[in-house]
Design a protein around this ligand. Structure first.
Ligand code: DAH
Length: 344
């Protein structure tokens, strides 16, 4: 084989091997194999000295161009390899930006809270203000001064959580009436929302629930005022066409007393399971403040009169949102609460 043929064969061989390279290590190996000090090209050119000057020049030129060619191809390959490694790395370390990131969900108002706020706003708009009282209450304020006698069943160990120190967890928000009247002179127009406690637990009763108490005391307050205020309140909550009825009842702290029913919001008054086939839903208790209560707080019942009412917030929330089991309100399940996002 002539030198020229050898060089051409070398070029072909190098081209083939370079095309098969798959890593930077083999690239280095091939470079040494062909272009190194003891490489194939040098080896072929060993005999260059024996050639005629003319030929030497020609072969030298050819050898040089082959060297440059191989270098060029190696460079190309190196670039390809780098590109490939980068591509693989990008693939491997890929960030999936479509995955949800760590974000803080926007909360939803709990249905009991939004109902409480809505009821409060209706009364605030009519000039009532908000009073608060403690959940740990004196027996006197929770019972005695509200004209609830010592032998009344509500004071029974069954219903009331009594505490070791002689106090109790208030069983209703009515003691806030007492606290307000001890503190302020009439005219009084307050509502008192808050937590109350009873030993009671079933689908419609929870040992802790929320009530709103209302109290209005001034000269010449009559049952008509009570009816008018409660009508405005109920129409605002349940809609202008809601049927309302006052039913005579009894509470120790009011005389006369009434319970207020609304037409069943589930069946529209026809009778169903929710209204126990009566067509009516009991919604609150109310009445004219009993003279005994006025006397207990030092207000002259001959000079002043007033009305009071009390209602359970959970019951209203359940009717508004068609919730049938009160216990779900207290499970603090985010998926339940989130359903009320944006609802007021
Ligand atoms: N305190 C009563 C209860 O817990 C509700 C109530 C009824 C409050 C009549 C009142 C009222 O102020 O006049 O069942």
């Amino acid at each position: 084989m002539s030198l020229k043929e050898e060089l051409t064969a070398l070029k072909e061989e190098a081209l083939k091997k370079i095309s098969e390279i798959s890593s930077s290590e083999s690239l280095e190996r091939i470079r040494v194999e062909f272009l190194g000090k003891k490489g194939k090209l040098k080896n072929i050119l060993k005999t260059l000295g024996k050639l005629e000057p003319e030929q030497r020049k020609e072969i030298g030129k050819l050898a040089n161009s082959i060297k440059e060619f191989i270098e060029e191809k190696l460079k190309e390959k190196e670039k390809q390899l780098k590109e490939k490694t980068l591509q693989e790395k990008l693939e491997k370390e890929r960030l999936d930006i479509t995955l949800p990131s760590f974000w803080h969900d926007i909360g939803a108002s709990h249905p009991v809270m939004s109902t409480l706020v809505e009821i409060s706003e209706i009364f605030l708009s009519m000039g009532f203000s908000i009073e608060e009282g403690p959940e740990v209450e004196y027996e006197e304020y929770n019972f005695d001064m509200l004209n609830i006698p010592k032998d009344h069943p509500a004071r029974d160990m069954q219903d009331t959580f009594f505490l070791n120190n002689g106090m109790l967890l208030r069983t209703h928000t009515s003691p806030v009436q007492i606290r307000t009247m001890l503190k302020n002179k009439p005219p009084i127009a307050i509502i008192a929302p808050g937590r109350v406690y009873r030993k009671d637990a079933d689908p419609t009763h929870s040992p802790m629930f929320h009530q709103i108490e209302g109290l209005m005391v001034d000269k010449d307050i009559t049952f008509k005022d009570l009816k008018g205020i409660l009508k405005i309140f109920l129409e605002n909550i349940f809609g202008k066409d809601i049927p309302i009825r006052f039913r005579p009842s009894y509470f120790p702290f009011t005389e006369p007393s009434a319970e207020v029913d609304i037409g069943c919001t589930v069946c529209g008054g026809k009778g169903c399971r929710v209204c126990k086939e009566t067509g009516w839903l009991e919604i609150l208790g109310c009445g004219m403040v009993d003279p005994n209560v006025f006397e207990a707080v030092g207000i002259d019942p001959d000079e002043y009169s007033g009305f009071a009412f009390g209602l359970g917030i959970e019951r209203i929330a359940m009717l508004r949102y068609q919730i049938t089991d009160i216990r779900i309100l207290f499970e603090n399940n985010m998926r339940f609460n989130q359903q009320f996002k944006g609802i007021r």
